[in-house]
Design a protein around this ligand. Structure first.
Ligand SMILES: Nc1ncnc2c1ncn2[C@@H]1O[C@H](COP(=O)(O)OP(=O)(O)O)[C@@H](O)[C@H]1O
Ligand SMILES: [Mg+2]
Length: 353
């Protein structure tokens, strides 16, 4: 096993830049998630690592070996895509064992390996079915088993759960996490779903317009976002980002007046605070009329709207107030307030006093 290094890689299609200059090291054994909106170059990056796409500029190394010119079959990489790409006329067992057939493994050995691998993804009873006789989740697990059976050096997974319904996605997420723990195979996983990224990753690389804006552990991405793009992408619901002015340690915006904030910059800033760090009260530094109440079961999301800002707090499950009622939010004792530069969105170093 070895780490994988992308060094200054660029991908252009004619004059169009699909991936701007990008460098990234994937550590041996880690589960790295590339998270970003559609069109930001995630699939292209994966295909370059796999060798399915030429690299316009830059190098890819596996350990010390430069693999730019190695064909896909010599890179020891298995890919799982959003479209499972199963062979419809083959049984589950034959689909799973297909990579072994290409290697010339005997029929008996293939059957045995397929059985063992199918058990890992709970497909044991389905070995003789065809893909059309399976649910979406089961088909996805066949694709996964077909990747696992190869014991590759690297897994590349490109939005593998996005065709599944919400409940199945949660189950499969846990299965993927467990499998990674069990097999320890280095994995690069692409998604636009922040919950998937947070739950699966050992590290997340967040992409904005093809550039990596932050590469960090999920904990740090949540607790210390580099800019408003990251802050607004992570968390469910995402961090409140309130545009206003900071002057002499006092932040002011429509509906909001919070004092005691010291930051590197005063003037136009964006104040960030997470909904889970606001409690609901009759008076407090953030006040307004209730715009929406959303019961989630274990809590209620309460949104205030004042001028153009929507500010959301996570309140108790039994919170009951009419829409339009006046209410206030107070930062909790352990709340962290973030201050971002309104011009470029970068997080400023800030302190409360
Ligand atoms: N074969 C291609 N020819 C031209 N442009 C492409 C091709 N493949 C992808 N692109 C462009 O490259 C950019 C990145 O695409 P992609 O890597 O698929 O993004 P993502 O997977 O993040 O949604 C997009 O603007 C897309 O239109
Ligand atoms: Mg894609």
């Amino acid at each position: 096993m070895a780490d994988i290094r992308l060094v200054d890689i660029v991908k252009k299609y004619g004059a169009a830049v699909a991936v701007p200059r990008q460098s990234l090291t994937i550590e041996d054994g880690e589960f790295l998630v590339l998270l970003g909106p559609s069109g930001c170059g995630k699939t292209t990056t994966m295909r370059m690592i796999a060798g399915l796409e030429d690299i316009t500029e830059g190098d890819i190394f596996v350990g010390d070996v430069r693999v730019n010119d190695l064909p896909p079959k010599d890179r020891d990489i298995a890919m799982v895509f959003q479209n499972y790409g199963l062979y419809p006329h083959m049984t589950v067992a034959d689909n799973i064992a297909y990579p072994l057939k290409l290697r010339g493994v005997s029929r008996k050995e293939r059957r045995e390996q397929a059985r063992l691998t199918a058990e890992k993804v709970e497909l044991g009873p389905y070995l003789d079915r065809r893909p059309a006789e399976l649910s979406g989740g089961q088909r996805q697990r066949v694709a996964l088993a077909r990747a696992i059976i190869r014991r590759p050096k690297l897994f590349l997974m490109d939005e593998p759960l996005s065709n599944l319904d919400a409940k199945l996605r949660v189950t499969m997420r846990a299965e993927l996490k467990h499998l990674h723990h069990e097999l320890g195979i280095t994995t690069v996983y692409v998604t636009h779903d922040q919950t998937e990224a947070m739950t699966l990753a050992s590290r997340i690389a967040i992409l904005n317009r093809g550039e990596i804006v932050q590469l960090d552990t999920p904990e740090r991405i949540y607790s210390d976002p580099a800019d408003t793009f990251v802050a607004g992408f992570i968390g469910n619901p995402a961090m409140n980002l309130i545009e206003g002015r900071l002057k002499n340690g006092v932040f002011e915006a429509p509906a909001t007046r919070i004092s005691g904030i010291q930051a590197d910059l005063e003037g136009s800033v964006i104040l960030g605070i997470r909904p889970e760090h606001l409690t609901i009260a009759d008076s407090g530094p953030i006040s307004g009329k209730i715009y929406a109440n959303e019961l989630l079961g274990d809590s209620t999301l309460v949104t205030l709207r004042e001028a153009s800002s929507h500010i959301c707090a996570r309140g108790p499950a039994d919170f009951r107030r009419e829409l339009g009622a006046e209410v206030s939010f107070i930062p909790t004792k352990d709340a962290r307030l973030y201050v971002f530069d309104a011009t470029d969105g970068k997080q400023l170093s800030a302190q409360l006093f």
